[in-house]
Design a protein around this ligand. Structure first.
Ligand code: KIV
Length: 265
């Protein structure tokens, strides 16, 4: 894809219904991101997400998405050593992921090589690293100084040589993201890093407007599901209280285990 200039497109997924819907969209991969800590579990950032959360949500996504490549995040604290990285990556693969994503550059190299050595595809993640948001005191653009840009490029080259499948570049100064993308063989997947990356990824909730309390400026919403949730729930409350709209038809009940017909009736 990189060679032909075809851009990669990816979104996050955290549960069965959205994974099943997105499985029919021409996405290049789904990410079970640890952003689930914020947009699904209500934590202030991703640092509180644990392996058990990632396994729970990866299993749900894998039940829904049977065709699309699934990448699952190694959460904060899950790779203190290469051995732990391999062990936790294997658990994510067993839960249904096809690859794991790990935040960090040179400092993670031994873990990346160990995971690759165990036959598990790895996606890298450079630039703003949400798992370090507390140490860094917020979400800041990375690579603005010459030194920071050179460090990012060096990290990208380490990951490239380690054979990662893709590298997410988060909040990287766009000219630096472009330089990195042109300097390595691995496709770069940008988020808030400009249009010159080899692909783009966004948090699903930002795209469909399901997390109205915070939306990064680089994420263009393409729907407003939050308003739809409120509108339909309010309509149900009003209909229930007035007694006007209680359906009595039971002929459409589906036997347990057979699943509901999708978007019918
Ligand atoms: O956790 C996540 O959703 C991510 C994306 C922001 C790339 O890492």
């Amino acid at each position: 894809m990189k060679a032909t200039g075809r851009k990669l497109a990816s979104l996050t997924a955290y549960d069965y219904p959205t994974a099943k819907l997105l499985d029919d969209v021409d996405l290049d991969f789904l990410l079970v991101g640890d952003s689930l800590g914020m947009v699904v579990l209500g934590y202030p950032d991703t640092t509180g997400v644990r392996m058990e959360d990632m396994l729970h949500h990866t299993r749900a996504v894998a039940r829904g998405a049977t065709k699309t490549w699934i990448v699952a995040d190694l959460p904060a604290g899950s790779h203190p050593s290469p051995e732990a990285a391999v062990e936790n990556s294997a658990l994510l693969i067993e839960a249904g992921a096809d690859a794991v994503k790990i935040e960090g550059g040179k400092e993670c190299l031994r873990s990346v090589l160990a995971i690759r050595g165990a036959g598990i595809p790895v996606v890298g993640h450079l630039g703003m690293l949400p798992q370090r948001v507390r140490e860094e005191g917020g979400y800041h653009i990375k690579g603005r100084s010459e030194e920071a840009a050179a460090n990012l490029l060096a990290d990208a080259k380490f990951l490239d040589e380690a054979g990662v499948s893709a590298i997410v570049l988060e909040l990287v100064h766009p000219p630096v993201a472009e330089r990195i993308s042109q300097s390595i063989r691995t496709p770069t997947i940008g988020i808030g890093s400009g249009s010159a990356c080899d692909g783009q990824i966004l948090v699903l909730h930002d795209v469909i407007g399901l997390f109205p309390w915070f939306r990064p400026r680089f994420a263009q919403p393409r729907a407003d599901l939050a308003s739809e949730v409120i509108r339909s729930a309010e309509e149900f409350v009003a209909a229930t209280r007035s007694g006007s709209a209680v359906a009595t038809d039971q002929t459409e009940l589906v036997p347990p285990g057979q699943g509901a017909p999708l978007l019918e009736g």
